[in-house]
Write a protein that binds this ligand. Sequence first.
Ligand code: HMG
Ligand code: MG
Length: 301
Amino acid sequence: MLPQRVTIVEVGPRDGLQNESTTLSKDVRVELIRRLMDCGLTHIEAGSFVHPQRVPQMAGTDAVLAELPLDGDIHFPVLVPNQAGLEKALAAGAKEIAIFAAASETFSQKNINCSIAESMRRFMPVAEQAHRHGVKVRGYISCVMGCPYEGIIEVNAVVAVARRLIDLGCYEISLGDTIGAGSPLMTQRMIESLANDLEINRLAVHFHDTYGQALTNIYAALQLGVSVIDSSVAGLGGCPYAHGVSGKGASGNVASEDVVHLLNGLGIAHGVNLDKLVDTGRYICAQLDRPVMSRVNLAMS
Ligand code: HMG
Ligand code: MG
């Protein structure tokens, strides 16, 4: 049954910018987030505390957080890979972090330089310390429906990682189709398998649109009752460590404008102003000097 209301987690200021050739100034990143807030978005991923040489586009996330109303109602999660990242996030006043694991061993090594098991050992004290500070912890799983290095990923691997992240206290698991390899049937089977063990309201979907299947996959997830959708304004996004053996990697996230239009068509509430979102997509693409990738944004030109 379709949910009556969906929460959109806007990942543009993090996933959207982390793979761009242009590194934006702190002021532009803050302005992007302000505009997204003005659209009515309540969950806006603000950046990441990873190694600045690995992802220079996210350096200075502390300065971005310093300009945001962190004590208000809006959630500004930041990605944290380890203890060093957590300390920086806490020092910057973050109220919510996202730890990020993978369902693929090779991707885990390429992305965060450790095995899946080792990542869980690292995340355990990170999650514990975050909770002690009253900081909420979200969990990501990458490569849930395919890996750029290993190809097919078994659903059992996703279920096992999801269970471990829930056991670490993650309030929600975002299922990342990092390279956009999923289909509606794969989405359905994965969510049904996860729902055998976890509550559906603990699951979020995070689709990249490499093969143009993201909206269809979202529809499949909505039909099973998933009510949290990650998306990125203008369809920006991609993981710098998802360029596998084929050279093809993560292209953009599903565009927030397209998700809002889909939800409008389904009569599902979301609280986001589409006209303002379209303007925000154009703003950030102008800053990046790149075309908008959202079909809805282009259609509303
Ligand atoms: P490492 O080299 O294994 O770390 O990197 P280390 O613990 O061995 O330390 C090496 C050096 O890094 C030390 O400095 C540490 O202090 C420093 P040195 O002593 O040599 O001067 N260091 C750090 N500096 C800043 N911040 C930190 C940090 N940690 C260690 N947090 C690490 C491990 C995870 C840090 C590295 O591999 C890394 O930064 N990776 C980047 C991963 C990333 O950001 N990927 C993109 C996001 S994930 C994604 O996009 C997928 C998602 O969207 C879902 C989907 O679509 O699938 C979420
Ligand atoms: Mg992603």
